[in-house]
Write a protein that binds this ligand. Structure first.
Ligand code: BEZ
Ligand code: FE
Length: 315
């Protein structure tokens, strides 16, 4: 049987042309497809074709782009997700996070999760020291978990993790750092209060030995993240918060490699020299302290901590 020729009257756009490229491609989608997939793909094709028309890449440039994406995929393994890193340095991770976590005014904002959260961190009593390698400037972190009305969120769970004083997470230095160094799970008391001992965080580079690091170099960008402690704060009946607190004196605050800094998350780290205050915390002066209150937005039917962690560790 001879092959049926497309009828140009069917949809008016059967053949490719530079001018109608987007419309020709999008017209190929079937009728019975997911409306969301139709929306996503037609938007992507529209913007992709517009970018190609504006850039007018040579074949060599187009091939270099394909090779970059290939190398990015080849860098991925169980520990390394180079595509998420690419999304991070392009500001897309923060944009997706912002769109999905619009909060009432006064509630603690989210920021980027990052790749170094691991489930199964040690659970410690309030006041524990989470620094197991003895490096860094001692720090006391304390505060309350409250709701947007200022009421205590009794028993809220706080997951915390940070790099050591050399700028690495424990999972990046297995066999070098003690396992579980500088990560913990705490439960706030009946007044929503929490406190623990740690060390003042320092800025550190995101993994930059792959295609994303090369891209940053070629763009004249550094790979450093502003100094921070990570938190996930969860409590039944409240929206979970995945966030950081930042030191105010970090030189990379305004140029964080993944755009994770928000003004509202810059904390006030104070140096304490008073021996009486040091004794109250069981510390030796001088040490740093930061008071930080987390404000959770009430929300019915939100995911439990376990569900949330299952979701964020699935990628
Ligand atoms: C982090 O803060 O741990 C992080 C965030 C994004 C990319 C790499 C690291
Ligand atoms: Fe981090």
């Amino acid at each position: 049987m001879p092959m049926q020729q497309p009828d140009p009257e069917d949809n008016g756009l059967p053949y490719f042309s530079e001018q109608d490229s987007e419309a020709v491609v999008n017209a190929r989608m079937g009728e019975d497809i997911s409306p969301r997939l139709r929306q996503v793909m037609s938007t992507l094709v529209r913007h992709l074709h517009a970018a190609v028309k504006e850039i007018e890449p040579t074949h060599e440039e187009w091939l270099a782009a394909i090779q970059f994406l290939t190398a990015t995929g080849q860098m991925c393994n169980a520990w390394r997700q180079e595509y998420i890193l690419l999304s991070d340095v392009l500001g897309v991770s923060m944009l997706v996070d912002s769109i999905n976590n619009r909060r009432p005014s006064g509630a603690t904002p989210n920021t980027i999760l990052g790749p170094f959260f691991v489930d199964g961190a040690p659970r410690y009593p309030l006041g524990a020291d989470i620094c197991l390698d003895g490096k860094g400037e001692p720090l006391v972190v304390h505060g309350r978990v409250v709701d947007t009305e200022g009421r205590p969120v009794a028993g809220a769970t706080l997951d915390v993790w940070q790099t050591n004083d050399d700028g690495f997470y424990d999972v990046q230095q297995q066999g070098i750092q003690p396992e579980g160094n500088l990560r913990a799970v705490f439960q706030a008391d009946a007044d929503g209060c929490y406190w623990f001992k740690s060390v003042k965080p320092r800025h550190y580079p995101i993994p930059s030995d792959g295609p994303v690091g090369q891209l940053l170099g070629r763009l004249g960008r550094h790979p450093n993240r502003a100094a921070h402690l990570h938190f996930i704060v969860t409590a039944a009946g409240h929206e979970p918060v995945i966030t950081h607190i930042f030191t105010p004196d970090c030189p990379y605050l305004a140029q964080d490699a993944v755009f994770g800094v928000k003004q509202e998350l810059i904390a006030d780290f104070q140096q304490v020299t008073d021996p009486a205050q040091a004794r109250r915390y069981g510390m030796a002066a001088p040490f740093w302290q930061v008071e930080w209150n987390f404000v959770l937005a009430p929300a019915a039917g939100t995911a439990s901590r376990e569900e949330l962690i299952g979701r964020i560790t699935a990628s």
